[in-house]
Write a protein that binds this ligand. Sequence first.
Ligand code: FAD
Ligand code: SF4
Length: 326
Amino acid sequence: MKNFQIIKALSPSSAVTSVSKEPSAKFIAGGTNLVDLMKKNVVAPDKLVDINGLDFKKIEFLKGKVSIGALAKNSQVAEDPSIKEKHPLLALALAAGASQQIRHMATVGGNMLQKTRCSYFYNTDMPCNKRVPKSGCGAIGGSNRMHAIFGASESCIAVHPSDMCVALTALDATVLVEGPKGKRQIKFIDFHRLPGNTPEKDNTLLDKELITSVEIPDNNFTKNVHYLKVRDRSSYAFALVSVAVALDIQNNTIVSARLAMGGVAHKPWRLTESEEFLKGKIISETIFKQAADLAMKGAKSYGDNDFKLTLGPNAIVEALTIASSK
Ligand SMILES: Cc1cc2nc3c(=O)[nH]c(=O)nc-3n(C[C@H](O)[C@H](O)[C@H](O)COP(=O)(O)OP(=O)(O)OC[C@H]3O[C@@H](n4cnc5c(N)ncnc54)[C@H](O)[C@@H]3O)c2cc1C
Ligand code: SF4
């Protein structure tokens, strides 16, 4: 690892100013992803701006929404009694991520910006368009068991690895940011992006922008929710496929549905067509299977990950069945 300078930010604006002065500078929060990337020389910043002293750790229930600070720890959010009561899908997704120790360090903002777990991205001896644009993609035609079945491109077939972000996508969250050009808001569904021919860009954040908080609007998804994560080990493993389900059920009929998948695309993958289909339907295995078939339209696998074409719809049906039976 090369030597670097580290400074503590005293305010959001000083954090943005400090990071803007040095092209390679980066914010550091929990460090659970960034330090690994630095150790492997995947990134080599000259300066780190430590944002842990900023006042972004609060979870506040405001009129019509909850505001979660970007520095709230993953464990803090997952274990917050009011989050568990009002947004249980988010609590379940967070609790499914990493390990208790990592969740104690990992922050909400850092979780959103964690890099893909594609092994070629972490190996500087291998080609990877995301790490070095135009160098090629090792995973296409290589080892691609963890990779995408939706929205991939000829440049990159990586997936976004977060569990939390799948729930936040389903819950219509908004991201609040502050940067050199001021403050702005980004809809969560527009925050992460598909690779296209610029896979080096994971999201729509502008250079040197700081995530300050995430907001979730109030909803009725307090009971019939489930986060199903299929992985190689029961802890400490990223999703092969995950499904976030939130249903508003009255008299056995689905009033509204939210569905999103993880481990299948470069961004959390919202299943809007399936959501529309489920609206107004009486609960049954048949309609769950039809919703899953709709969700899988356009899926494409790359060899090692062919199993996701079967695992994906099965996981959707299972998650819907569990959520609707609560
Ligand atoms: C062994 C292991 C297993 C894991 N398993 C899972 C899993 O199953 N599911 C899952 O979802 N995650 C998993 N993770 C990932 C973990 O959740 C992330 O590493 C963590 O959430 C990152 O948060 P952090 O605060 O440590 O970020 P950092 O490592 O500090 O930062 C990550 C990136 O975000 C930037 N950044 C951080 N905060 C901000 C901000 N507020 N504004 C702008 N930029 C910012 C940094 O500059 C850096 O580029 C695992 C990690 C490990 C090491
Ligand atoms: S899938 Fe993406 S991250 Fe993985 S090697 Fe290809 S370009 Fe790199």
